[in-house]
Design a protein around this ligand. Structure first.
Ligand SMILES: *Cc1c(COP(=O)(O)O)cnc(C)c1O
Length: 372
């Protein structure tokens, strides 16, 4: 039975700029007829994001998955790549689309990110790169991962789809590794409906990526690689520019909701609150709850009760990527290779968190959890 007097609440709801702020951008697109291929809004959004994120080189994409696939192409990654099973399925799919074999390594129980202690044992002569994910925006142990990469001559590509605006003590976490990837999908903290980006360390790498995302065109008559069509269009870029003006407010609102959950749920012995360490600047993109106590409700019971009441929390990330049919035959997918990730997939529930979540709705969610 669903709660008929209230609308369903999903785990996230896009925080769109007021429509009247978007219209002037659209009028410009209609007036100048430039719809895609690096138009004026595309140029402006790249610069605005560099400024906001504190990075120097960014290439915009039609979505985050194309950015991942292209990043692997740009660095000519082949053979085997070490990655995490505890992520959205696109992380590993980007490897298969490049004919690369994923090698799953277990996660750290605190950060839920790739466990640096377990990486070295998974390296073989075929290993060429590491593809970690900053899960829920919590930074990976970038220092230790880089040290391993340097020792073994591996590249590092970060899937930073959850980590828009996240910083560690040294600044943007997007500066780490050889490349980082962002997603601007509708469910993410910053959205262009669909969209994504690659952050490069230098102009030369950005240029190669810009060629690859435009069929390999270096100029009108020169094609330098079998590139793909990964370009972000002017409509997406305009939405991004309009939205960026509201990002500060959106992150503040998320922080408040995060803190209210933390305070209200910390007393409940059936549930232990997010234990991921908070980075220097978090983006509060997700609120993962560990439902752990043995004599209390299981995660799926809590999930079911919320759902019955019109609250659609998500079991990110269940099932693990390694359990999907195209991966489960891999030796590294065996459950005894991934005990921590297996447990996390059974215990974590991501609660609704988005700037427009009302006080009342959040109270309702908290009370339902406390009553289970
Ligand atoms: C959202 C997401 C992606 C894919 O991004 P799209 O823009 O939806 O293609 C990749 N990796 C992770 C971890 C994600 O959460």
């Amino acid at each position: 039975m669903s709660n008929s007097d209230s609308k369903p609440i999903y785990v996230t709801q896009p925080h769109l700029p007021p429509l009247e702020e978007v219209i002037p951008y659209l009028e410009q697109i209609w007036a100048n007829h430039q719809l895609t291929n690096g138009g004026p809004f595309h140029v402006r959004l790249e610069q605005a994001l560099c400024d906001y994120l504190g990075v120097e080189h960014i290439s915009l994409f039609a979505n985050g998955t194309l950015a991942l696939v292209t990043a692997l192409q740009a660095l000519r990654i082949t053979g085997e790549v070490i990655t995490t099973p505890y992520s959205f399925v696109a992380t590993a799919h980007s490897l298969l689309w490049n004919g690369i074999k994923p090698v799953f390594v277990d996660i750290d129980p605190q950060t839920l990110n790739l466990d640096p202690d377990k990486i070295e044992a998974a390296i073989t002569p075929q290993t060429t790169a590491i593809l970690p994910v900053h899960v829920y925006g919590c930074p990976c142990d970038t220092k230790r991962i880089q040290k391993i990469a340097d020792t073994y001559g591996l590249k590092v590509i970060y899937d930073a789809a959850h980590a828009f605006g996240v910083e560690d003590e040294g600044g943007s976490i997007l500066r780490h590794g050889d490349l980082s990837i962002l997603s601007f999908h509708a469910t993410k903290v910053f959205t262009t409906f669909e969209g994504g980006a690659i952050i490069s360390p230098d102009e030369k790498t950005k240029k190669r990526i810009d060629h690859l995302k435009n069929f390999g065109f270096a100029d009108e008559v020169t094609v330098v690689a079998p590139g793909i069509n990964g370009k972000m269009n002017e409509f997406q870029a305009a939405v991004g520019l309009a939205q960026l003006k509201h990002i500060k407010h959106a992150l503040e609102a998320r922080k408040e909701i995060h803190e209210r959950y933390r305070k209200s749920l910390s007393e409940f012995n059936g549930v232990s609150i997010q234990i991921q360490p908070i980075s220097a600047r978090n983006n509060y993109s997700y609120f993962p709850l560990f439902v752990t106590a043995e004599n209390q409700s299981s995660r799926d019971e809590v999930y079911g009760i919320l759902k019955k009441n019109g609250i659609h929390a998500r079991r990110y990330f269940f099932p693990l990527i390694s359990n999907f049919p195209m991966y489960r035959g891999l030796p590294s997918s065996k459950q005894n290779n991934l005990p921590i990730a297996t447990k996390a997939a059974e215990q974590i529930l991501c609660l609704p968190i988005f700037p427009n979540l009302t006080h009342n709705d959040q109270e309702r969610i908290i009370n339902l959890i406390l009553k289970t």
